[in-house]
Design a protein around this ligand. Structure first.
Ligand code: PMP
Length: 525
């Protein structure tokens, strides 16, 4: 192995490549534009593939958008400083201002959001988690000081002859014989124990927020999450659209401390809430969980409860944001307001790698900037590409959002038509704008033993994807955690012909599954 030219030796995650190849989707692409990826066949002929994966949602403007490519070239030709850390960063600042202008317009708020830039989606989520914990730590410190001040005041009151209520001893879990100092000691011990609990995060079932150490604990899929559970704070996952359950889960955690208070001429002990819940993370349209749009009612329940327990709401728009839903923020369509927003994927225009965490001024702790950083965050190149991407989305009074709605509407109508012709094969079609999902029946009770075997292995979605690629030159993948749901996330440039190409292909898959024709499904025919 002495030449980097050697292509038959594979060391960059070769196992994954093999798994994908076994489903017939291990194709190497050599060129990309708009919604098309090209590969070369054995004769060297360039073969176009309709790409509906769209960089897992990173390509709202398509592959290699000409304006962005030209801008990137200009930036490089002009010798733009890309890495000038610890100096003013006007381009990141302009991107932050533009993000604020758009968020304000869509959410109707005027409160500024400070921007912490990062490099990937999971990193933006981790910045949100860290900031929320930083804030929680400061709020806990204020609470500790307040509790201590109350104890001092109570001690002075008792010294001045004030009575200690009998109920106070019961609340502190000590007998009256322990005396007031015994009560105080018990309260301090109990509070220290309760306040030392690890923070808890909340997220809906089906959530996906990334695969780094912290964010993976907020990703519901157990295969991704459980092996790493010992590394970070945990989340409680709440069922979606079950009114009241969220409140019950929160109450179950019993996040209260004991406060020694002087009231009505008596010293007593009362329970008061403390910020155990660090943040509630929510995707307005769950992506990897199977393209599920969160209902307005659930969004409202989350907002109301989080306000009650002073828990910030982090709206993760990494996949749904940047216009894909037909609005810049999918959350704005369901009236869900975030204390934080995370954006990534299409923010880099399909060219740069960048992400951002937006934090509402009222929650923002400026000292966070002194303890959190990343070498590549806010770099001159990515920031300018992000800014140009935002400008392209906003151009012509938001034509891109209108296009996402219109093209997405046509696509959804077509998918619903196919589903109504193949209801025995396609279980559901759902989503918003250009973030759509097609869920297949799982086939575990199929007549064909071969098909049952495919279904039981959890690979049905990948086998369908392999067929669509090899027989119809269409690239789709299942979502990460809902393996029978194909995600359809093209750019706004999707044409009517491309929609028809997908219709033909899905109808063919529908017929093969209806006929239980596994041989043709796994082959190219
Ligand atoms: N949050 C959401 C909603 C996502 O869809 C994803 C990626 N699919 C992430 C976070 C993680 O982003 P990345 O892969 O860039 O780390």
């Amino acid at each position: 192995m002495n030449s980097t030219e050697t292509t038959d030796v594979k060391l960059a995650e070769p196992h994954l490549e093999q798994v994908l190849a076994s489903a017939g989707i291990g194709v190497e692409y050599t060129r990309a534009e708009r919604n098309t990826l090209y590969y070369r066949d054995e004769e060297g002929t360039e073969i176009p593939v309709l790409d509906l994966v769209g960089g897992f949602g990173s390509l709202i403007l398509g592959h290699n958008h000409p304006d962005l490519v030209a801008h990137a070239k200009d930036l490089l030709d002009a010798g733009t400083p890309i890495h000038a850390q610890f100096s003013p960063h006007p381009h990141a600042n302009r991107a932050a201002l533009e993000l604020n202008r758009i968020v304000h317009r869509e959410t109707g708020t005027e409160e500024p959001y400070f921007a912490v830039f990062a490099n990937s989606g999971a990193e933006a989520v981790e910045a949100a988690l860290k900031h929320a914990e930083f804030d929680r730590g400061l709020r806990l410190a204020e609470l500790r000081d307040e509790l201590a001040a109350h104890r001092v005041a109570a001690r002075a009151a008792v010294a001045a002859g004030e009575n200690v209520a009998a109920s106070a001893y019961a609340a502190a879990g000590v007998a009256p014989e322990a005396g007031f100092e015994g009560l105080i000691e018990a309260v301090e011990r109990e509070n220290a124990r309760r306040l030392a609990r690890s923070p808890l995060f909340l997220a809906p079932e089906g959530a996906f927020h990334g695969k780094l150490v912290g964010s993976v604990q907020l990703t519901h899929n157990e295969a991704f999450r459980l092996p790493f559970g010992s590394l970070a704070a945990q989340a409680r996952f709440v069922p979606v659209d079950q009114p009241g359950v969220l409140g019950k889960i929160v109450r179950e955690e019993g996040a209260v401390v004991l406060d020694v208070v002087t009231r009505d001429g008596e010293v007593g002990v009362v329970e008061r809430p403390f910020p155990l819940f660090c943040a509630f993370l929510i995707e307005p349209i769950q992506g990897e969980g199977g393209i599920r749009v969160i209902s307005e009612a659930f969004a409202q329940e989350v907002r109301t409860l989080c306000r009650e327990i002073a828990c910030p709401v982090v709206v993760d728009e990494i996949q749904s944001g940047m216009g894909r839903s037909g609005a810049f923020l999918a959350s704005s369509l369901i009236g869900l307001r975030g204390d934080y927003y995370t954006l990534a994927k299409s923010l880099g225009g399909g060219i740069a790698k960048t992400s951002v965490t937006l934090i509402r001024e009222g929650c923002y702790r400026q000292d966070f900037e002194l303890v959190h950083s990343s070498t590549f965050a806010k770099d001159g190149f990515s920031s300018q590409i992000a800014l140009r991407t935002l400008q392209l989305l906003e151009a012509d009074d938001g034509r891109a959002y209108r296009t996402a709605r219109e093209v997405g509407g046509k696509l959804l109508t077509m998918l619903e038509e196919v589903r109504s012709d193949f209801p025995d094969v396609i279980k559901d079609v759902r989503g918003k704008g250009l973030m759509l999902g097609v869920e297949f029946h799982d086939q575990v009770r199929a007549a064909s033993p071969d098909l049952r075997a495919v279904a039981e292995s959890g690979f049905l979605g990948y086998v369908i994807a392999g067929h669509l690629l090899n027989a119809h030159r269409i690239r789709v993948f299942p979502t990460g955690s809902s393996v029978n749901t194909l995600r359809i996330e093209p750019s706004i440039h999707l044409s009517d012909e491309e929609i028809e190409q997908l219709r033909t292909a899905l109808r063919a898959v529908g017929s093969l599954l209806r006929d239980q024709d596994v041989q043709r499904l796994v082959g190219a025919g």
